[in-house]
Write a new protein. Sequence first.
Length: 114
Amino acid sequence: QVQFVESGGGLVQPGGSLRLSCAASGFTFSMHGMNWYRQAPGKERELVASITVRGGITNYADSVKGRFTISRDNAKNTVYLQMNSLKVEDTALYYCKAPRLNSWGQGTQVTVSS
């Protein structure tokens, strides 16, 4: 059974940082690219960042480029999202997902507010 468990969210002030983690299980993690998505209230879910199977290629939404960094540890079946210089508009529920698989986790809430 494919599972994703996101963690690391919380309340942070503008300009602060958070590191999200996503523990994956139920499939061969090292054979799948991974994505981070987010969904803000009243908005559609959007792709934030992606990483290839060995981490050699990463891509980012324009809105987070230069501030967020996606990485992975295949030995731990975990993908990370380091978020720096956070803005109020980064407030959302953040999810990880393997794009070729149909399962979603519960997400982790990130709230940026002063």
